[in-house]
Design a protein around this ligand. Structure first.
Ligand code: C2E
Ligand code: MG
Ligand code: MG
Ligand code: MG
Length: 288
């Protein structure tokens, strides 16, 4: 009897695996057409200055507006894209789009783009970034590339060299999801980062958890020691925002300030914050 149970559990897993693989293949086929069909969309979430709570820039966050599935979040299709070579096209597209969008914003605002490790490894990323900057006319200092530790684990010499090239262009490099990996501290000393983004799990835990607050304090002071900018992500409450400002984080990002904005919401957001300076943006959005 026990043996039978074991076997049916096994069979369940086996068929589950088949259907997962089938689902992934189907997604991959559909994703291949998504760029051409203009189904990929960038949302933009504001990063605010901790001091003034005014926006200082935006992070580009990709979504797939699927005709039947609806808005597919990146956690569901980025891994599929990485599994195939599609991540290269998608990554190139994202960098181009983000630079073009930012070039229409008020000039002090920056744009951050998430870079997949697979994309980084499989393309000449410096050339891709250079081309996007040239095409959009965006000042390099307004572009920030967000990478995660995963990128640094393989072939660190080559990665350091490429990050150096990007920085030589004037682009900034941020370490995303700081604190979630295995050797975050180790990497901070080895690579030329400009900024760390504290993972939202620490911010989330900080409400009512003294140890989490102490960890946040320690990360913030480490960042200061290394002369890095510190952004905290996933800020959802006033209490969290106040605490993070108190411990001298530079920038805050999270639902408390704004959710990621779609291409229709963004111009309105800019226009309410920067009346006059955002006029060009709105008229351009309306012309589309
Ligand atoms: P990430 O780069 O750490 O982005 C932050 C994620 O946290 C975003 O999820 C954002 O919507 C979410 N978030 C922001 N504020 C809050 C908050 O207050 N509370 C909570 N609960 N969540 C918040 P999203 O857009 O689903 O993106 C998830 C991840 O997918 C990103 O994490 C990034 O790693 C990846 N991703 C997003 N866009 C791209 C892209 O264009 N290219 C690549 N390669 N990866 C991307
Ligand atoms: Mg990010
Ligand atoms: Mg993050
Ligand atoms: Mg994250």
């Amino acid at each position: 009897r026990a043996k039978d149970d074991g076997r049916s559990v096994y069979r369940f897993f086996e068929s589950q695996m088949d259907s997962d693989a089938r689902e992934r293949r189907l997604l991959e086929v559909e994703l291949r057409d998504a760029i051409g069909n203009r189904e990929l969309v960038l949302y933009y979430q504001p990063l605010v200055s901790a001091e003034s709570e005014e926006p200082v820039g935006f992070e580009a966050l990709i979504r797939w507006n699927h005709p039947i599935r609806g808005l597919v979040p990146p956690v569901e299709f980025i891994p599929v894209a990485e599994h195939s070579n599609l991540i290269v096209d998608i990554g190139d597209w994202t960098i181009e789009q983000a630079c073009m969008a930012a070039s229409t914003w008020p000039e002090h605002l920056t744009v951050a783009v998430n870079l997949s490790a697979k994309h980084f490894r499989r393309s000449d990323i410096t050339q891709v970034v250079q081309k996007a900057l040239a095409m959009s006319g965006l000042a390099p200092k307004r572009l920030e590339i967000e990478i995660t530790e995963g990128l640094l684990m393989e072939d660190p010499e080559e990665v350091v060299a490429k990050l150096g090239e990007l920085r030589a262009l004037g682009v900034s490099i941020a370490m995303d999801d700081f604190g979630t990996g295995y050797s975050s501290l180790n990497y901070l000393l080895k690579f030329p980062f400009d900024k760390i983004k504290i993972d939202r799990s620490f911010v989330n835990a900080s409400s009512g958890d003294e140890v989490a607050r102490d960890i946040l304090k320690a990360i913030a002071s480490l960042g200061r020691t290394l002369k890095l900018k510190i952004t905290a992500e996933g800020v959802e409450t006033r209490e969290q925002a106040s605490f993070l400002t108190e411990i001298a984080c530079d920038q805050l990002q999270g639902f408390f300030f704004a959710r990621p904005l779609d291409p229709v919401e963004l111009p309105h957001y800019l226009l309410t914050r920067f009346p006059g300076r955002a006029e060009a943006v709105t008229s351009e959005a309306q012309a589309r």
